[in-house]
Structures are given as structure tokens and as C-alpha cells.
Design a protein around this ligand. Sequence first.
Ligand code: DOR
Ligand code: ZN
Length: 349
Amino acid sequence: MTTLTIRKPDDWHLHLRDGAVLQAVLPHTAAHFARAIVMPNLVPPVVTVADALAYRGRIAAALPAGSGFTPLMTLYLTEATDPADVAAGFADGTVTAVKLYPAGATTNSDSGVRDIDRAMPVLERMAQIGMPLLVHGEVVDPAVDIFDREAVFIERVLAPLRDRLPELRIVMEHVTTADGVAYVRSQETGLAATLTPHHLMINRNAILAGGIRPHYYCLPVAKRETHRLALRDAATSGDRRFFLGTDSAPHLDRLKETACGCAGIFNAPNTLACLAQVFEDDGALDRLEAFVAENGPAFYRLPRNEGHVRLQRSEAPVDFPVAVDTADGPVTVFQPPAPVHWRVVAASA
Ligand code: DOR
Ligand code: ZN
């Protein structure tokens, strides 16, 4: 097969940032995706519906002229979040979901949740109205090894929360382990997971073997090969509980290439090309559309997109841009560890 036309995809987990970086990265997502769930971990975070409205305005102002892209806004859950504000924002369509960051788990998560009991009134209201909770599923207990944080989160936080509030609809964001995949598969309803392109393509050796590679460092950190294979299986299986969330997370190169570098991989420009290669390699090109354009809307109870994108395969591997320039400096683009032969050649509104 040399060309592939699929329904226009959505990105169910995206960091767009603000200011110069927003301006530079947004066109890359808007070129290939119809909608994206926009993460709220700005400084300061997007905590109220008023914050989300203001941020949505800044995103709209940064969109290329004529773009049909729709940002789906999220709120950053704190222990002081007002259930009435969240419910009002969901009812009028301003916000689509709420994001739970365990405090200290990742970039700009300091205002996140320390004691989930204190967030229960908000979570109960969300369960009543059918509003999804998106979780960064890692514990921050310093006694837990960084490679075990996801599995321990399931055991200590997620499974108890599911028992306590089974009607709450939850997305485990950027699942990175076989444990995460197995847990999602064990739940019949109300739980889904996003998968990133990079976790489907790299394991922890890519970060650490033969030199330290900051542009492969993100959180949750990539795990050993057995986990990567479990993620590939989940993505390419067609199972409706798994869908694309790129976790495209741009940081200026100078903030990554330093003694204490930021977590995050910027993959918006080549996500679809990389995924076409992954699905082709696994003999599952016929399931790519479900993963990028059908399973997500089904979980979010939103219509599928009407537009399409066309991908083309070339014999020669594709060279992706090394970096995207912003007014504050370059942001390196994810370089897949093996050749990719696909590129997006057309996209309709
Ligand atoms: O690698 C990551 N980068 N993981 C996250 O959870 C946050 C993100 C960011 O905002 O940079
Ligand atoms: Zn993220």
C-alpha cells in the first residue's frame, strides 16, 4: 500500500503551552488534527472555567487563518476546585474534562492533588454529570522506584477510586506499562487509556544506552521492552478502550539539554507518520483509523470528524525537521529510532 486515507484524527492529550511556544507549535497540530484535548499545566495552571476561556482565546488567536481546529479545554484539579464551576463549564461546553496531577509527579504539577479525599466533592459531581477525569497515573512516593510508579498508582490510587466511585469515567493518560494495559483491559466500562507514539517506538535503552538522550526523556519515563510491546499490542488491537494522546510536550532545547532537563517529547509534526509506520510494521494499518479517529470520540461521546487526512508511503525514509523554531529558541522534534516511510500529504478541513 502506498497511500492511506483515513478520517481526520484527534489528539486526546496535548500540551500547547503559551506565548511564543504556543505560536510556533500550534500550526503543527492544527495541520493534521481536527481537535485536541489541551492540557492545563501552564504556570499558573488553568484551574477555573474563566482561566480555560481565556486560554482558549489565546489558542484561537494563535491558529493559522482558516484553520478548523477545535481545542477541547481541560481544568487542572486542585484541592480547592469548585464543583459548581466545573459543572457549569461542562454544561455549556467550555470544558471537556478535568486533569488530575498528583502533586510533584511532573512538569508544573505543584498545585496538584496531595490528598484525593479533598477532591472527592468534585469527582462525585463529575461522576453525576458524566464528565471525564484524566489522570497522570504515577505515585510520587520517593520510596517507589520511578519505573514502578505507574503500577503502584493503579494499586494505591486508581483501583480504590474505581471501587469508591465506579460511575466516574476515567482516562489513564499515557499508559507506559503492561500493568496499565492489563488494568484497562480488566475494566468493562468507564475506563480508557491514551497511548503516545513515542512510548510505542522507544524503550528505556533509547534514553540511557550509549549516552543520555534528553529528547527521549518524558514522564512517565519509557519502560523496558516488554512493556513497549504490550503498548503496541493495545494500540494495534482495535480495542476501543485505547486511543491516541500524543502527549506532545514542547520544551525549549536549552531547558532540556542541561544538567536537570525537563520531561517532555515534542512529536506533533510527525505523530501520524510515526503511527502509520508502527501500524504497518505490526500488520495493522487497517486499525490505524480506529486508534486515531474513532475510539477517542466514542469514549468522549463526541461525533467523529468529517474531514480526512492522506498519508503516503515512500521507498526512501522520510526526513523530519530537526527542530521547530520559536521566538524564544528551538524545540527539537521527536526523531523516531528507526526509519519511517510515511508522511502526511493532504488534509481536509
Ligand atoms: O513528559 C512529560 N511532559 N510528562 C508530563 O506529564 C508533562 C509534560 C509536560 O508538561 O512537559
Ligand atoms: Zn502530558
